[in-house]
Design a protein around this ligand. Structure first.
Ligand SMILES: Cc1cc2nc3c(=O)[nH]c(=O)nc-3n(C[C@H](O)[C@H](O)[C@H](O)COP(=O)(O)OP(=O)(O)OC[C@H]3O[C@@H](n4cnc5c(N)ncnc54)[C@H](O)[C@@H]3O)c2cc1C
Ligand code: SF4
Length: 350
């Protein structure tokens, strides 16, 4: 439902925020709180971005639904004009302001734009050796989030709850073969959190995490990693899985090398979970002509990564959240707030 913005007549500034995930929520609410008139776009019908499909969130294991409720309290409390169900396809500059082109026509003319269009999950079918899309019991970390959200029955294998499960780290990240060299930063901790959830749900289920390096960088992450080992007895094995195949019972047979012990490992599991990386969103707004994406990663890049200042080469367009690279929810929220502040500084200087 559209809400009329009370600031329209009194406020000289009008901006568009594209994306209503955590970064877009923080950006839209902060800009509106500063008195800026905000038009807010998302291709989905509801705000929340990826959180709508998550179950529990690291590091504190809060339920995503509870956080979404808190977010909607914030967005309902302030006047923002919502254009949900609108896919923004491009941005064009007209007389110093910006118009947005979408499936619902042209909207404009905005003094500034914040792009908070998020990321996509790496397409695990591109790593054929793991059998995603071929074997029923090979799933990705976002698939597992959805299954956990809808209840443990979905995790039954041949009519019984799982006896063994394995996670493979770095699927679609740090991989020269597919040209993705960066670390997605959050898949290690996602794998730790999901392993704990599985051990809690099914205490007799063995859980193996195959990792290359363990990167648990954020506040509370190292503690969760320690808990996974000491309290939940998750088996962390340093080594890359070379092959996954399906046996007659539809269980998955994994071959790997334990690089710490220098010995081959073979395990059979009910489910194989691929911890997929974060890649630039393919539905991301096309501002290609503005050459503001990083050539190597494809994520939007700041004109100055240290001091900010909006998108490279495009005054008046700012980015927030994971469309600028892999980041956590608290980081996306901070990035959204900071983009709103940068927009404000840009507007008052104009
Ligand atoms: C498997 C997995 C689990 C995770 N779990 C956690 C966790 O527990 N805790 C944590 O801190 N972080 C977690 N993260 C990271 C978290 O997903 C991101 O930090 C967060 O989603 C980033 O928010 P965002 O707003 O930048 O992007 P998104 O959440 O991707 O939101 C982007 C929004 O933009 C919209 N959009 C995109 N393109 C367009 C367009 N062209 N027009 C209109 N709208 C558009 C989308 O519909 C979407 O609503 C996880 C990541 C992964 C991969
Ligand atoms: S966070 Fe962990 S799993 Fe993800 S790419 Fe980095 S090292 Fe690999």
């Amino acid at each position: 439902m559209l809400k009329e913005n009370k600031h329209t007549s009194s406020n000289p500034f009008r901006i568009a925020v594209i994306g209503a995930g955590p970064a877009g929520i923080a950006a839209a609410v902060s800009a509106a709180a500063m008195g800026v008139e905000v038009d807010w776009f998302d291709k989905e019908q509801r705000p929340g971005g990826k959180l709508n499909d998550y179950h529990q969130l690291f590091p504190d294991r809060e339920f995503a639904d509870q956080i979404l409720k808190d977010f909607s309290g914030k967005t309902e409390a302030i006047e923002i004009k919502k254009h949900f169900g609108t896919i923004v396809s491009s941005i064009e500059k007209v007389d110093g302001n910006y118009n947005l082109l979408s499936n619902k026509g042209i909207k404009g003319s905005y003094n500034a734009v914040i792009i908070a269009a998020g990321f996509d999950f790496f397409d695990a079918r591109l790593k054929e050796e793991y059998g995603y899309g071929m074997y029923d019991h090979v799933i990705t970390s976002p698939d597992l989030e959805k299954m956990l959200k809808t209840g443990q029955e979905k995790l039954k294998c041949n009519g019984s709850f799982p006896e063994a499960m394995a996670f493979v780290h770095c699927v679609g990240s740090r991989d020269q073969q597919i040209g993705i060299n960066y670390c997605s930063r959050l898949c290690c901790i996602t794998g730790i959190k999901q392993a704990i959830e599985i051990r809690e749900l099914f205490p007799s289920c063995k859980v193996y995490n195959f990792y290359i390096d363990m990167r648990a960088f954020g506040s509370g992450y190292e503690e969760l990693y320690r808990q996974a080992q000491e309290k939940y007895n998750v088996q962390f094995i340093r080594g890359r899985v070379s092959e996954a195949s399906e046996n007659q019972q539809k269980r998955i047979v994994l071959k790997a090398e334990d690089t710490l012990m220098s010995r081959p490992v073979k395990v059979t599991v009910d489910w194989l979970v691929l911890l997929v990386g974060m890649v630039p969103s393919c539905t991301m707004v096309d501002v290609e002509n503005f050459s503001c994406t990083d050539q190597e990663t494809g994520f939007y890049k700041q004109s100055n990564p240290l001091s900010g200042g909006g998108l490279s080469g495009q005054p008046g367009i700012f980015n927030a959240g994971a469309c600028g690279g892999p980041m956590s929810i608290p980081e996306a929220l901070a990035s959204g707030r900071s983009a709103a502040m940068e927009v404000w500084q840009y507007l008052i200087k104009r």
